[in-house]
Design a protein around this ligand. Structure first.
Ligand code: ATP
Length: 337
């Protein structure tokens, strides 16, 4: 699969009175053309900061401290705001959890959609309205809703409008950060089904972020697991489900009910994520890890290909205990998933 997005050694820091918060710490991943890639991990691990860095939505005190973000070969981190504005919406768009509340309350839906189309495409107002109607129908809203104000729509309908706006200019990448979290479960499911249908129809790629790991596993072809600003494992969905390699991934999967297998006891991960201003040395997960080795508190493990997935863990490095015990750990965890 050809890469659409290439994130290489990205680092993002927030300046704070106590020091720098290393929210995204040297992470690398790619998203293929037409691929749905998910980022998962506990609250505060840096998922949204990564998405905002890619979409260039970070504001002070946040700053990109290093690394590269390329979209279809174009380096984004060095572009001026004006250059990036041409890319935003036309090649990359973003749907946020709160977006449905950010629609202009005193403007009709049709005017808002037409305005966002006209901001990037030379058309007459009549043509833009025609486009707005097509977009509403894409997300299964009747076109007479063009004349409604946001408060006349339910939360689910407003989020569909936001998704329609994100697709208006046919982008190649859509970033979705908790796009349905604020909605009730039934409405969520309907919107997710619609997103997947549209993705299959138009072939755009998605960077998908949610707390809902079962939903992520259902929707994403490949998933990156983040812990304390680091990417600790990247794998295709099946490998991740069948053979999670990093002890953190294993713990995360054990914290959610199984999608398909028999019922088993849910086990949380003991302890808490570290303070990102003074994280522990070596692997940041080592104070919580049940497979911890002496090397883990000394050396940061690199993310390396192991079997079908990339994993950053000393269970799979030469400094660590080697593959046999790692496989045993993976199998042991698998039995309980
Ligand atoms: N303005 C800020 N100043 C200082 N630190 C911040 C700021 N915003 C976020 N952070 C820190 O950056 C880290 C990453 O936050 P981020 O919101 O990206 O995580 P997340 O994985 O998306 O969390 P959630 O799932 O809760 O949205 C957190 O530890 C957070 O405390």
């Amino acid at each position: 699969m050809t890469d659409l997005l290439q994130v290489d050694r990205l680092r993002v820091e927030y300046a704070s009175g106590r020091g720098s918060v290393r929210a995204v710490d040297d992470i690398s991943f790619t998203i293929g053309k037409g691929e749905i890639f998910g980022l998962a991990g506990e609250s505060g691990c840096g998922k949204s900061t990564t998405a905002f860095a890619v979409a260039r939505l970070l504001r002070p005190p946040a700053r990109i401290a290093g690394g590269s973000v390329k979209l279809d070969g174009t380096e984004l981190t060095g572009l001026s705001d004006a250059q990036f504005d041409r890319i935003r919406w036309s090649r990359m768009s973003i749907v946020l959890q709160s977006a449905m509340n950010n629609l202009n309350p005193v403007m009709k839906i049709g005017d808002q959609l037409a305005d966002s189309i006209l901001a990037h495409q030379p058309m007459t107002m009549k043509e833009a309205y025609g486009e707005a109607k097509r977009l509403l129908e894409l997300v299964d809203l009747p076109y007479d809703r063009l004349g409604s104000f946001p408060h006349e729509l339910s939360g689910g309908m407003r989020q569909r409008v936001v998704i329609a706006m994100a697709l208006a200019l046919n982008p190649s990448l859509v970033i979705m950060d908790e796009p349905t979290t604020a909605l009730d479960v039934v409405v969520q499911r309907g919107i997710i089904r619609k997103i997947v249908q549209l993705q299959q129809k138009f072939g755009f790629s998605i960077l998908f972020i949610t707390h809902d790991l079962p939903l992520m596993l259902e929707m994403c072809g490949r998933i990156g697991i983040m812990y304390a600003g680091k990417l600790v494992e990247t794998a295709d969905r099946d490998s991740l489900l069948r053979h999670p390699k990093h002890p953190y991934t294993q713990g995360l999967l054990n914290s959610f009910p199984s999608l398909t297998g028999p019922k088993s006891k849910l086990i949380g991960i003991p302890g808490h994520p570290p303070d990102l201003i003074t994280p522990p040395p070596g692997c940041k997960f080592h104070p919580r890890c049940s497979h911890v080795l002496p090397v883990c508190s000394r050396i940061v493990p690199e993310l390396r290909l192991h079997g079908r997935q990339d994993v950053s863990c000393h269970l799979y490095t030469e400094e660590g205990i080697g593959h046999e015990q790692a496989s045993a750990a993976s199998e042991q965890s698998q039995q309980s998933i």
